[in-house]
Each structure stands twice: as structure tokens, then as C-alpha cells.
Design a protein around this ligand. Sequence first.
Ligand SMILES: C[S@@+](CC[C@H](N)C(=O)[O-])C[C@H]1O[C@@H](n2cnc3c(N)ncnc32)[C@H](O)[C@@H]1O
Length: 333
Amino acid sequence: MAVAVKALSARYNSVGRAAPGDLAARLGFFLPRDRFKVAFALRPLLPWTGPPLRVLDLGAGLGASALGVYAVLPVARATLVDSDPAALKIAASLLDDPPVTHVADASAFTPRSGEGPWDLIVASQVLSELDPLPAGAGEAAQLRRAERHGDLVDRWMSWLSPSGALLLVEPALSDRSRHLHAVRDRLRTSWPPLAPCTHTSVCPARAIPGEWCHERRLLQLEPEVEAVARYAGLARESLDFSYLLLTRDRRTAPGAATHRVVSDRLDTRGKSEFFLCGAFAGGAMDRRKVQRLERHRTPANAAWDRLKRGDRVAIPELELRVTPETTVEPCDG
Ligand SMILES: C[S@@+](CC[C@H](N)C(=O)[O-])C[C@H]1O[C@@H](n2cnc3c(N)ncnc32)[C@H](O)[C@@H]1O
């Protein structure tokens, strides 16, 4: 199993998609691990107080994303769409309650007459597989692809109910995440992100060649899945991914968050630093390395010690340093 998982991981990193013979590795490792990506990324919709949801899972594969939805939200009905009938057959055996429809055809991304609207549409690790560019494709081709995918997401948004949400998840690899940032920028004025961004300006990471923004969540895998990860040389304690959550009613994140933590903590003697993305003093929307000296720790900024990648935080009038007077207030509890 570990050998097959290692080979598939290499294939995802290079050609970007699985081969027909990879179903066992997908079922034995990627499905039990990757379902947490969707479960984590849906947290901005929680706690859920509305009725059970009608869910459309595009490029559902073996059902990892649908399982992630089921883990955190009540589901009235789910429709799983994929061009691969063998994958959907496995999904069917994993998910049969509440009512689930499985649809395999080549025109998976066109509207289905008589179906919808949907309260939640998920396309997890799917954009990566759509019209991939040849290696070495230039910036203009990449932008055209982001435009095409933006048009596609526009169409998916039109299938949602008035308060519905759409979740895109992509691998945390630099090129896949930067593509998602470009799609976000194409959509940001018509569909401002509910998460992960705290603003609707152009993505600051895109302006820096080779830079990208991704989520990292701590994870405890089941022992047998953890063993496969160990032997395949894959991360075992955390799950990396990129995501974008949009709503039909254009909700943005509640609360007063000014920044999002977009790096791990960088600790050196006497100081700790993070890259933060958001509004800096003077109104500049940017991504900057911010430091707090250990001797500047005060009750007002003590929450700096608890921050981690992905957190939203309110730090008014921030420049490059958290001073003894700076207030640091986490916005995610
Ligand atoms: C990497 S898998 C992702 C599966 C699942 N969503 C997840 O997050 O684990 C991508 C899936 O997209 C499907 N897919 C790719 N292109 C498609 C298309 N044009 N129409 C329908 N499904 C497609 C593939 O068959 C594959 O099952």
C-alpha cells in the first residue's frame, strides 16, 4: 500500500491526476486523510442553524469531500458527480444515507435539468485536473486558464440557493495554490470570499513570484493510515491545503479581523515572527513579516503567543512590529 501511495503522491505532484490503477491507494490512504480538508474548510459556516443541506459534490471521486461535509453539516440529499464510474461505485458503497445520487458522465460540469438549487457545492481538488497546461506554459496561458475557471465558478454560483455556499479546495502545492489565488482574484468583486481572506483586495501573495498561501491543520490520523504515511514519507501530523469559500449572498467573515496568519511561527532568540496578510497602517493591503520581541510581551499582545497559521486576528494600526501597546485579538475563539 505504502509503495502505491508514494507513487500516486508523485503522480499528483507531477501530472496532477491519478491513473485508473490508483483506486486502492486513493481508498486506503487519500480518502481517509483528505476528507478532513473539506471538514476544516467548512468551519466558517459553523455552527449551522439552518435546515439540512442539498449538496452537490463535483469531481467527487471516491467521496472524500462528501464524507468531510457529512462530518460537520447536516445533509438532506447529496449528488456526487464524477466522470469516473469506478470511483463513484466506491463512493456509493461508502455513502448511502441520507439519500445520495451518483452521476457519472463526461459533461459533469453542465447544469442538470430538474436538479438544484444547491445549498452547498463542493469542488475539491478538481480545478487542478481541468484543462491542465503543458509544463512551462507562460503567464498569459496561466491567466487565460484562471479566467476560464473563473467563468466555470460563476456558473456553479448560479446553481446555488440564495444563501448557498461554494467551496473550492486545492492541493497546497505552489502552482495549484497560485492558480486558486488567480481564480479568487478573477472572482473577488462579484463573489467576495467568506474565507480564508479577511479582505477583497488583490491577493498580495500573487505579487511575489513563487509565493503562495495555504492552510495547515494539525491532524491525528488513524494508526493504520498514519503507518502508510510514515512508510510513504508523507506528512503525518498536519494536513496542508488551499481553499476558497464563497457565498451566493456575498457574506464576508463576521467580526473585526484585520489580518490572517499566513505562515508558521518563526521563532528566533528573543523574538517571534509571522507573515500576516491584511490591512497595515495607512491602509496598505499587504503580506508582511511582523515581529514581536519577547521583552515587548504585555497582557494586550499576549495572544500573539497562541496564534497559528490560518488564524484571523484583529491588530489595529499594525506596521512591522507588535509593540507593548499593540492589542492582539484572535477572531476565531
Ligand atoms: C483528485 S480527485 C478529488 C476527489 C475528491 N473530490 C477529493 O477531494 O478527494 C479529482 C476527481 O475529479 C474527477 N474529474 C476530473 N475531471 C472531471 C470532469 N471533467 N468531470 C467530472 N469529474 C472529473 C476525477 O475523475 C477525480 O475523481
